[in-house]
Design a protein around this ligand. Sequence first.
Ligand code: TYD
Length: 232
Amino acid sequence: MPRGIFITFEGLDGSGKTTQIKRLAAWMQKRGLDPVVTRQPGGTATGERIRTLLLESSSSQIASMTELALMFADRAQAVGEVINPALAAGKVVLCDRFTDSTEAYQGGGRELGSELVLALHQIVCGDLQPDLTLLLLPPLKASLARARHRNERAAEQTGKDENRFEQEQDAFYSRVWNKYRAIGSRESERVVLIEGNLNIDEVCEQVVKAVSERLVLREAPSSNLPNGLEGL
Ligand code: TYD
């Protein structure tokens, strides 16, 4: 059984990742692929508990190192329980955030540095790397305004509070943004950068184009080969 394909989505809060993952999963399903969709933090029962701890505003006392360790605790669980088994079974895995988020937010935003994050990745995940990363970077201000608005609305409607990161200052997000750009340049083979003020359909087109090229390169079974951009 050939190994599956591991695709990650990255970007600032409010960059539209979640919508794009849903669209891509639907596009794949139409073509007979049955992708496993997951997210970090979260995606396993243990991970969802870690997520609550990390994202609730009331957790504001969490030290940066604790935050970093919890992100990798979550990832260890997800890799062992979801990602590696799915890849071993030949599936496509679509993951909302992975280690690039940790490098951007904890390495850049919290200023813990890339080296530490990459060393921890090696310890926790070994050689596991995404085959393709879609990095969505719409203009910083627009994406933050969207994330803050969305989370306030979600808190009102569901009582679920996942606002801790959105309460960070703009300087924090500028560092995250810069680190994402640095990762994009350093890993230009793996990371496809989708930036600018694009609408949902325009981003989706770029996502599908990048994924189609990768799937063809990996020689998926011919019956499953995506053909063109129709059906978006
Ligand atoms: P997510 O739910 O994907 O946020 P959004 O839908 O707004 O993009 O992620 C939750 C938050 O966790 C987000 O602010 C980024 C942060 N995060 C890190 O700081 N480090 C990490 O390693 C990961 C995976 C997420």
